[in-house]
Write a protein that binds this ligand. Structure first.
Ligand code: GAL
Length: 419
C-alpha cells in the first residue's frame, strides 16, 4: 500500500511537472538574445531554427545578434568583451571542444546543463563521444546543434569537364594538374582570408600525417618539429603556390564564388560550403556542385560541432533554457541542418529531410575514422589558436617549413599541448 501511495504521488508529481512545463513554455515573454557569427549568407539555417522557437514561444522577442566573419574571427572578440564586461548574451555559439572548455568553462562563466540533458533525454540521443567533448567531470556545458566536416574539396562538375580534369584524390594528383590550370589562367585552389589558411592547413596535415599521427600532435606524443611535422609545412608550401594572390582580402564565400564562376577549379572548405552552394546559390548537390574528401583524406572525417551554451548571470534565463531545448530537439535540428550543410548531432535525425550531400556526409560519419578540427575549436585551446594564427602569418611570409615547425612546437609547449 505504501508502495502504491508512493507511486501515485510520484506520478502526480510528474504530471504536475509536465503541466507546469507546458504552461511555462506557453507563457514565456520578454526577450531572448542569441549571439553567433551566422550573419548574411550564413543566416538562413539559424533563421529556420528561430522560427521553430517562435512557433513554440510566440510571446518572446528574439534578438538575433550576429557579428559577421567566418569561423567567428570577429564574433569571439566581441563575445569576450561582453563576457568580461558582465553583459553576456542569453546564449552564444561556441565550438564543441577546447574552444568551450579551455575558455569560458575554465573561467567558471557557464551554467552546467546536465539537468537539462537528463530532463530532455539527450544523454542517449547525442553520441557519447560528443557529450564527452562538451563536458568535464564537473558538468555538460553546451548543446550541440550540428556536425560539420572540415576536410572537403569542392568543385563544379561542368567546369571540371571544361578544364579536362577530375577531382584529385591525393595532393600529388593535385600538384600534377595544377600547373596546367595555372597556365590557362585558372586558379587551381581558391583561398580566402587567413583563418581559411588554417583550415586548408589542417586538411593538408591530415593527408600528410594520417589520423593517428594527427591525434598524436594533440596528445603531445608527436612533436610539431619532428620530421613528420616539418613535412606538413613543406607540402602546405607547395599547395599554397597554386592559390590566389588576393586570398587575404576575400571571405570564404568569395573564395567559393571563384569556384562557382570557374575562376578557380577547387576550394577546400568545411561543409557550410554545401549550405552556401545549395541554400544561397541554388545549386543541386552532385550535378550543380561536386565534392570529395580533401586530397589524401578519403576515409577520414575531420569533424567539428557548433553548439550553444548558457552563460552565468543572463538576463532571460527561462527564455534561454527554452532556446537550448529547441536547438537540441529533433524538430529544431532537422529544421536547421538541411539548410546549413551540416548533419544533425542527434542520432535519430530524419535523413529524408536532407539533400544528397548531407546524406553522403552522414554515411561517411558513420563509417570513417573521426578526428577533430584544429581550425574550429576541437583540438586546441584558445591560447594555442591565437598563437597559431601568428605562426601561420610567419609561414605565409617566410615559407620556411623548418622555422615554422619549430615555432609551432614552441607554442604547443607554451599552451600545454606538447611536453
Ligand atoms: C565554422 C562554423 C560553421 C561556419 C563556418 C564559417 O567555424 O563552425 O558553422 O559558420 O565557421 O563561418
Amino acid at each position: 500500500m505504501k508502495k502504491l501511495f508512493k507511486m501515485v504521488a510520484a506520478l502526480t508529481a510528474l504530471c504536475f511537472l509536465g503541466i507546469f512545463q507546458t504552461a511555462q513554455a506557453k507563457d514565456l515573454t520578454g526577450e531572448l538574445e542569441i549571439f553567433s557569427w551566422w550573419a548574411g549568407d550564413e543566416g538562413p539555417a539559424l533563421e529556420a531554427l528561430i522560427d521553430v522557437y517562435k512557433k513554440e514561444h510566440p510571446g518572446v522577442e528574439v534578438i538575433n545578434a550576429t557579428v559577421t566573419g567566418g569561423s567567428g574571427v570577429n564574433a569571439k572578440a566581441v563575445l569576450k568583451t561582453r563576457m568580461l564586461g558582465g553583459n553576456p548574451p542569453d546564449s552564444f555559439q561556441v565550438h564543441a571542444g577546447q574552444e568551450l572548455i579551455g575558455t569560458w568553462v575554465m573561467a567558471d562563466r557557464m551554467e552546467d546543463l546536465t539537468p537539462l540533458f537528463e530532463e530532455q533525454g539527450w544523454m542517449s540521443v547525442f553520441p557519447e563521444g560528443l557529450i564527452k567533448l562538451i563536458g568535464t567531470d564537473k558538468g555538460i556545458w553546451s548543446v550541440p546543434v550540428n556536425i560539420h566536416r572540415s576536410n572537403v574539396m569542392w568543385y563544379i562538375p561542368s567546369k571540371l569537364k571544361e578544364f579536362g580534369i577530375e577531382a584529385p584524390k591525393t595532393w600529388d594528383d593535385f600538384l600534377k594538374v595544377a600547373p596546367m590550370l595555372k597556365e590557362k589562367g585558372i586558379v587551381p585552389l581558391a583561398l580566402a582570408q587567413n583563418w581559411t589558411a588554417n583550415h586548408l592547413w589542417e586538411s593538408v596535415a591530415l593527408a600528410s600525417l594520417g589520423a593517428k599521427k594527427w591525434d598524436a600532435l594533440w596528445s603531445g606524443e608527436l612533436a610539431f618539429d619532428s620530421p613528420e611535422g616539418v613535412a606538413v609545412w613543406e607540402l602546405f608550401g607547395k599547395v599554397l603556390e597554386y592559390t590566389n594572390d588576393d586570398a587575404s582580402s576575400l571571405s570564404w564565400q568569395q573564395a567559393t564564388d571563384m569556384v562557382v564562376d570557374g575562376r578557380a577549379a577547387f576550394n577546400v572548405m568545411g561543409d557550410w560550403a554545401a549550405g552556401y552552394l545549395s541554400t544561397t546559390k541554388g545549386l543541386a548537390p552532385g550535378t550543380g556542385f561536386g565534392w570529395e574528401a580533401s586530397p589524401g583524406t578519403g576515409g577520414e572525417f575531420m569533424f567539428l560541432a557548433d553548439s550553444f551554451g548558457l552563460p552565468k548571470g543572463v538576463k532571460n534565463l527561462d527564455n534561454a533554457k527554452a532556446w537550448l531545448v529547441t536547438l537540441g530537439s529533433k524538430e529544431g535540428s532537422d529544421a536547421f541542418n538541411p539548410l546549413k550543410g551540416s548533419i544533425s548531432a542527434r542520432t535519430d535525425s530524419d535523413l529524408s529531410k536532407y539533400n544528397d550531400y548531407a546524406k553522403s556526409a552522414a554515411a561517411d560519419f558513420a563509417k570513417d575514422t573521426i578526428v577533430g578540427s584544429l581550425a574550429h575549436g576541437v583540438t586546441a585551446n584558445e591560447g594555442f589558436m591565437n598563437d597559431f594564427a601568428s605562426v601561420m602569418e610567419m609561414f605565409l611570409k617566410s615559407k620556411n617549413a623548418q622555422m615554422t615547425a619549430k615555432a609551432a612546437q614552441q607554442i604547443a609547449v607554451k599552451n600545454g599541448i606538447a611536453k
